[in-house]
Design a protein. Structure first.
Length: 339
């Protein structure tokens, strides 16, 4: 089969959803309007399968500077370039190793970001001065159509830095205000950010866990993947972004302790054992072992706790390590929210 034929097929299938949808004409009009705004240097928030991203053209330094300002993001935290086709990788990456080809064939479009050595012309403001660049092809028809129309886009999560990532357009509006154009109307399917894998090192390094876990990646690579996602691994984080306090609401997030009474009005997330004999002002949400649903809703629950003025979010401790896939991603985001 030709290079990227499998990816192309998946992409075509995904885009069909847009053309066949009942509100297809309005959606395309919105995408065209968003693309022209991006091409004239503006910012547009758009949906992906993970979280909403705040897009700007990847070759426009001033627009990218505005992304950092709009998010209140530290300048040393590099951005991910979002592509609509794997052939665009060669615009940004100095080389495409065989490992990248295998992973792209298996997982793009999808929630996997690859770090590759960058070409000299990639803007420094985008990479935070690093000699590598992060690339991903999102699995969302609106994202793919927008990137195709506007060209490759940088897109950090569309939240204020330090806040939980947005999984719904209302989260974007809440954080970034009414001036930022938001397209798309639906919640994100995964709800946690993409897996970030550094292929500039051997063995490859998992910088940020996501739905795709180290085991799935190493099965495709045929070699191990090492995890360097936090100081909990005994290593310094590999991705600049992982050193900042992240994803935290104003409510205090902590692992639940069933031997203690939670503060009044706590939001308590459980997945296996529903607490009994708690006072009735405690809101308990039971995920009944559905960790993918817990991941999809986690950031929305954090935001809900703040909107309802709850003092605390308690989370039932996750199953014991070793973790992989969605449970590893949940563990990573929850421990970061705990701080
Ligand atoms: O799911 C996602 O990846 C979402 C959606 C919108 O695509 N985007 C997202 O972007 O989460 P952001 O900017 O919030 O997170 C990007 C992460 C940061 O932790 C950053 O440090 C890391 O990727 N990163 C970017 N470029 C890197 C590089 N060259 N080397 C190491 N880490 C890098
Ligand atoms: Mg982010």
């Amino acid at each position: 089969m030709c290079m990227w034929e499998v990816v192309e097929e998946r992409r075509t299938q995904m885009m069909r959803v847009l053309s066949e949808g009942a509100d297809s004409a309005e959606q395309w009009a919105e995408i065209e309007q968003a693309a022209s705004r991006l091409q004239s240097g503006g910012l547009v928030a758009f949906p992906t399968e993970t979280v909403y991203g705040l897009g700007a053209c990847a070759w426009n330094a001033e627009a990218i500077r505005q992304v950092f300002v709009c998010k209140g993001r530290p300048a040393d935290n590099p951005l991910i370039v979002h592509l609509s086709h794997p052939s665009e990788i060669s615009l940004f990456a100095a080389e495409i190793p065989a490992s990248a080809v295998r992973l792209i064939d298996a997982f793009w479009p999808g929630p996997l970001t690859l770090i590759l050595p960058k070409k000299p012309e990639v803007l420094d403001i985008l990479t935070g001065g690093l000699d590598s660049v992060a690339l991903r092809m999102p699995a969302h028809p609106v994202a793919l159509a927008l990137i195709e129309a506007a060209g490759p886009l940088v897109a950090p999560s569309a939240n204020r830095s330090g806040r939980p990532s947005p999984t719904h357009p209302a989260h974007v509006r809440h954080d970034l205000g009414p001036e930022v154009m938001v397209i798309g109307h639906t919640p994100c399917a995964y709800g946690l950010e993409s897996t970030v894998l550094d292929l500039t090192a051997t063995p490859a390094i998992l910088c940020r866990p996501g739905h795709l876990g180290a085991q799935q990646l190493s099965a495709v690579l045929g070699e191990p993947v090492v995890s360097m996602t936090s100081t909990l691994d005994g290593h310094a984080p590999r991705s600049p972004g992982m050193k900042y306090t992240h994803y935290s609401p104003s409510a205090e997030v902590r692992w639940a302790d069933a031997s203690v009474q939670p503060p009044s009005r706590t939001l308590w997330l459980v997945h296996s054992s529903v607490p009994t004999a708690v006072s009735e002002d405690i809101a308990v949400v039971d995920y009944a072992g559905e960790f993918a649903r817990m991941a999809r809703e986690l950031y929305d629950r954090f935001r809900q706790a703040d909107l309802e003025g709850r003092p605390a979010v308690w989370i039932e401790p996750l199953p014991l390590p070793p973790h992989d896939g969605v449970i590893a991603a949940l563990f990573n985001r929850i421990t970061k929210a705990i701080g």
